[in-house]
Design a protein around this ligand. Structure first.
Ligand code: PMP
Length: 410
């Protein structure tokens, strides 16, 4: 039977990261491609105990639950957010199936085909997929290492009259970059003036490499709420990076009316997120020192990032440059001008290393000489070998380029 797909599927695309993970499976490849946390750091024992306690409590742990989420977990998340400078009432937050679902549901209730949305360049690939699926008209805002450039942001706000600005301002996926306080304030101020919602996606904000108090600016949601006036920042976060992604539990915070609308959309999508996972997470938060755990993983990820950074610097990788991230899970590498990292990838896989070519993270005008490297999943002892393989791939790729050039000249 011929299946007539909806027009939406033309805009779905497929996640390049998932495609790369597929080709690397079962091979002797060191993959710096996936955005995966380090498995050896998962608190397996504590999670097992938490599930046991959730199930021991009562059979209702296996019953349908509330669309908004398991109330004690909602309250615990609201408490953590309040401690982080984002005071939240329960009615202003719901739990979602990962923050990925939060992005999807917000776009579902907000966007009609053709509505303009502003994003960073580069930005999170799966957010671009969601925006594409709702047929948003996506526009990029130019950034430097401190965040979006206010002049360009204002020009894009005036020209396109967007409904939404999507951003990962803290330890961005893929660039690792983190916005300054001033840019956060300017962005909130401008979006308020133009009546545009901001979706601040913050899955990495707690993975900080500098433990000095006050070393980082607050989330935009905190700036928004402390500055009076009507709130324009919707905020999403997740347990995926600070506990484990398999628990598929995230949250979204925003004005009560919007959260109510998202709850209706969630009913239609999946009734509610896994009740047993939420109960287990709540048990975990009650008995396990999550703050110490976050410090432990952050220290380990910092040392892996330093190792990767030192290896790249010592090998040079033909003039590659990067800024060391101050947190998160990714290092963004810019290679010399003529290199196309999508074409480089097969050479890298041949040498036994994988990365994500930078171009997939752009809504338009991609920088093709960039790549995203994850430093949290690969065991640290393999990182030097990964960079050595990358260097070999670059040499083979360059030899190939020179040979094709010689052929065209002959
Ligand atoms: N936003 C960003 C920027 C991410 O990198 C990710 C995970 N790759 C997500 C959202 C979704 O994470 P989850 O659904 O596991 O919470």
């Amino acid at each position: 039977m011929k299946i007539n797909y909806s027009a939406m599927t033309d805009h779905l695309g497929s996640s390049a990261v998932r495609d790369i993970l597929k080709i690397t499976q079962g091979k002797e490849i060191i993959s710096l491609a996936g955005g995966l946390p380090g498995e050896e750091l998962f608190p397996v024992e504590a999670v097992r105990d938490a599930y046991n306690r959730a199930l021991a409590g009562s059979a209702s742990a296996l019953q349908y639950g509330l669309t908004e989420g398991y109330t004690p977990l909602r309250e615990a998340v609201a408490g953590r957010l309040t401690d982080q400078g984002i005071p939240v009432q329960a009615a202003e937050m719901i739990l979602t199936t990962g923050s990925q679902q939060a992005i999807d549901l917000l776009c579902k209730v907000l966007l009609d085909p053709g509505d303009a949305v502003l994003v960073e360049a580069p930005t999170y690939l799966a957010a671009l997929q969601v925006l594409g699926s709702y047929r948003a008209d996506i526009h990029r805002v130019d950034s430097d290492e401190d965040g979006m450039l206010p002049e360009h942001l204002e020009e894009q706000l005036r020209t396109h009259r967007p409904k939404l600005l999507y951003t990962v301002p803290t330890f961005n996926n893929p660039s690792g970059a983190s916005w300054s306080r001033e840019r956060r304030e300017q962005t909130v101020e401008l979006c308020r003036r133009y009546n545009v919602l901001i979706l601040e996606d913050n899955p990495y904000g707690e993975i900080r490499f500098d433990e000095t108090p006050g070393a980082y600016p607050p989330p935009m949601a905190a700036i928004d709420r402390s500055s009076g006036g009507e709130s324009c920042v919707v905020y999403t976060g997740t347990f995926s990076k600070i506990v484990a992604p398999a628990l598929r539990t995230g949250w979204i915070v925003g004005p009560a009316g919007l959260i109510g609308m998202i709850a209706k959309a969630k009913q239609a999508a999946d009734l509610h997120s896994s009740a047993i996972d939420q109960r287990a997470l709540h048990e975990l938060l009650m008995s396990f020192d999550i703050e110490s755990h976050i410090r432990l993983i952050s220290r380990e990820y910092y040392s892996r990032m330093k190792l990767l950074s030192a290896e790249i610097t010592s090998r040079g990788l033909m003039g590659a440059h990067f800024q060391e991230p101050r947190g998160g899970m990714f290092l963004w590498l810019t290679l010399s001008g003529g290199i196309n990292t999508t074409d480089l990838l097969p050479f890298a896989v041949e040498q036994g290393v994988a990365f994500v070519p930078g171009e997939v993270f752009y809504s338009s005008q991609p920088m093709k000489n960039t790549m995203r490297l994850n430093f949290t999943h690969t065991p640290p002892e393999l990182l030097p070998q990964a960079v050595e393989r990358l260097e070999k791939a670059l040499i083979a790729y360059n030899a190939h380029l020179e040979a094709s050039l010689a052929r065209t000249l002959n």
